[in-house]
Design a protein around this ligand. Structure first.
Ligand code: HEC
Ligand code: HEC
Length: 333
């Protein structure tokens, strides 16, 4: 009996004190040396400016460090997991102190091409965006001043900030380091890029090619998921979330314009196989369900984007479209 009690206690204590497992950094050591991927168009000016490996290394260390959360349990990578395409496998990922983020954490690939940040575009630059989760009460819940205090008190970071920026950590250098790291995360060179850009006919199989055609024609996907990153970087009401008791205002919360009600930023279509679940609330679990959602023309509501109409697709078209989306996640060859 005593033994059973002891074992039970150990199990209970174990579950109570268990810390969430922090994701490991699985990127190649000098990942930032990789060239701008094929298929992503012209690199932005930020990519071409001289690389500062010391600043990228600092941003990288910060990204994987739970020190930036109030109870030191959550790092940026907890919600933007390397193995999940730097997105979150949970619809609403857990933050510090038992809280949950209010939206799904999007993939961080190709944000160097970003024009607006967050699902509603509340941040205008990557630098503005990367420090927001630190003080967000549902995410890391640590006032920015306290985060800077911790960094200034830490001998390792003190040295790294001094070497990389010539002084102690400030709001600007913290943002610069994190944005410098995130901005080097790229994903391209898929079989779709080889097929389209390098005229490699064999890069896609018959189903994937048929799916690409649906994407470009009666599927109408390209009207919003356009350009090399498969996003127009604009906001549209597709009706995701309108079934909720209190639908989110989305873009309207930022602009105050009624026309922006329920608008969310078009996400990239790259890396989808890793980054499930989908949509700003993580409400759609599979790519088959995504295609079914568009087949019925999104979710009806008074602000639905007029670009969304019920689609005339056969079951075969739908499965080919899924095959095409999956091909966009495969490595180049
Ligand atoms: C608790 C989960 C969580 C943590 C921790 C977290 N994020 Fe996020 N991240 C999110 C969510 C949710 C969004 C979407 C925010 C929104 O739309 O309001 C987001 C959005 C972003 C974006 C914008 C992406 C885009 O497509 O515009 C960037 C960049 C980002 N996070 C970087 C970071 C960095 C850097 C850290 C660490 C300092 C971090 N995140 C920590 C959940 C998290
Ligand atoms: C009217 C513009 C528009 C059209 C047309 C459109 N999309 Fe979207 N797409 C969006 C927006 C906006 C979102 C984000 C919606 C949200 O979360 O509220 C989105 C989200 C997605 C996502 C989720 C990605 C993620 O990371 O969460 C996938 C996959 C997707 N769309 C695929 C498609 C496919 C396939 C088609 C064609 C059948 C299509 N889209 C047509 C605007 C559009």
């Amino acid at each position: 009996m005593k033994l059973v009690c002891a074992v039970l206690m150990a199990v209970l204590v174990g579950t109570v004190t268990a810390q969430p497992v922090l994701p490991r950094d699985t990127l190649p050591e000098r990942f930032w040396e990789a060239p701008w991927p094929f298929g992503l168009g012209k690199p932005p000016a930020t990519w071409e400016s001289p690389v500062r490996p010391d600043r990228i290394a600092l941003g990288r260390a910060l990204f994987f460090d739970p020190l930036l959360s109030i109870d030191r349990t959550v790092s940026c990578a907890s919600c933007h997991r390397p193995e999940a395409g730097f997105a979150s496998p949970e619809a609403l990922p857990p933050g510090a102190a038992g809280k949950r983020a209010l939206r799904n954490a999007p993939s961080l690939f190709n944000r160097a091409l970003g024009v607006h940040f967050s699902w509603d575009g509340k941040a205008k630059t990557l630098e503005q965006q990367v420090v927001m989760p630190i003080s967000n009460p549902n995410e890391m819940d640590l006032p920015l001043e306290d985060a800077l205090g911790r960094l200034r008190a830490d001998a390792g970071y003190k040295r790294q900030f001094k070497a990389a920026y010539g002084g102690e950590a400030t709001a600007d250098t913290l943002a610069d380091a994190l944005a410098g790291f995130v901005g080097r995360l790229t994903l391209g060179d898929s079989p779709v890029d080889r097929f389209q850009g390098a005229r490699d006919r064999n890069a896609l199989n018959v189903e994937e090619r048929a799916g690409l055609w649906i994407y470009e024609s009666k599927g109408r996907c390209w009207t919003c998921h356009s350009g090399p990153n498969f996003s127009d970087e604009l906001f549209h009401n597709t009706g995701v979330g309108v079934v909720d008791e209190k639908p989110e205002p989305g873009r309207m919360a930022v602009t105050g314009k009624a026309a922006d009600r329920g608008g969310f930023r078009t996400p990239t279509l790259r890396g989808l196989v890793q980054s499930a679940p989908y949509m700003h609330d993580g409400s759609v679990k599979t790519l088959e369900e995504v295609v079914a959602f568009y087949r019925r023309g999104g979710n009806k509501n008074p602000s639905l984007d007029p670009l969304l109409v019920p689609l005339d697709l056969t079951d075969e078209d739908a499965s080919n479209l899924v095959a095409f989306l999956k091909a966009l996640s495969r490595a180049g060859r």
